[in-house]
Ligand binder design. Sequence first.
Ligand code: URA
Length: 447
Amino acid sequence: MNVVDFIATKRDGGELSGEDIREFIHGVADGSVPDYQAAAWLMAAFLKGMNRRETLDLTLAMRDSGTRVDLSNLPNAPAVDKHSTGGVGDKTTLIVAPILAAAGVPVLKMSGRGLGYSGGTVDKLESIPGFRTSLTISEALPIVRNVGAALIAQSAELAPADKVLYGLRDVTATIECIPLIAASIMSKKLAAGGQRIVLDVKCGKGAFMKTRAQAEALATELVDIGCGAGVPTRAVLSRMDEPLGYAIGNALEVQEALEILEGRASTLEPAESAAAYRELCIELAAQGLEAAGKSPDLPSARTLAGQLLSGGEAAKTFASISAAQGGPGTIEAIRAALPQASYRIPVISKAAGKITALNAEIIGKTATEMGAGRLKKTDVIDPAVGIVLAKKIGATVNPGDTLAYLAVNNLENAPAVCERVLSAYTFGEADEENEAAELILTTIPAS
Ligand code: URA
């Protein structure tokens, strides 16, 4: 295949054959296609688009560019994988994986680190002293067999062609392209070996996809690719206008997850409710339980997921995962070991009225700048710092009320950070509509 012709075909809006796509991706992965040609092709694909067949061929070629995990021999297969397109305060994996494992569904969940303002599950888990996420697949598989789930960092051996293309997209303004995003996400998911995939596609101010139409288009493409590759895949579309739950920051988010796992009242400053976070976890777990055949329909799957959470089975499973991966072996011991920030600074409302919007992107960026995330890949995060929301959308507040707390280890920038957090809130009249009325917008079933 002539790479210049391959680029020109897409530049002119033509359709690429599966064979040429495979050869091109092979060249990207082994370095025989230079970055300048790969980048030129990415821009052509960005501008001219790709049809479903081309996108599926691209995904499969990227999936096959590295190691493919085989989970079909696990007892209790099918194994379920879950993926979120990322958001602020999203700690659903810490609840969903233990619920699935407690129901006997095997889960090998590979997650990323946070980059930009959306947090990464790996950073959250690593805030638990001793918890190791850098396990190889052969180290993780016995944990899945013995405990039901392993929560590990994304292996660099999976879909290496995506690593090259993603790096080029990042610096050539070709990230925001649904076929390229879908191929990137699904190549890694399919290589990770899950036999059923549940996707949480976020939409709103704190998400990659800002509008419902964009999120729905991405979700449909992801589901079609998964199903087209022979892996039943479904998606839940959920809002990410305000942060999920009330803790943003690594150890704080683990603490919030532990409280949901135990079903106990918050020891953090409670927001109006963490019910929405719990509800999303139940929905994602229920989708996985039904997909794995553990429940005959979604209503009974939701009931089962709720029972496993309220009955403490999911909490026990999370503690067993922690123990197996080097962390403390009980929920109490995990909580006691979590790092705590030195200071709690209240963010005080100057306004009166109903909170009609709470901008997740501003909260996420502020937490990142406080040290809860990375601005550059090489930045070191502080696991203890972050923001705890005390008031969210729908709450009515008076001047002097506490809207949030900062958890910080130094006081130097605290007044400016308080102002940033305040700027995330929008107030309206008591009868004004809320921006984010419902958390779960729709579900896209396997096609
Ligand atoms: N996440 C990915 O893995 N790839 C993308 O292209 C976007 C988000």
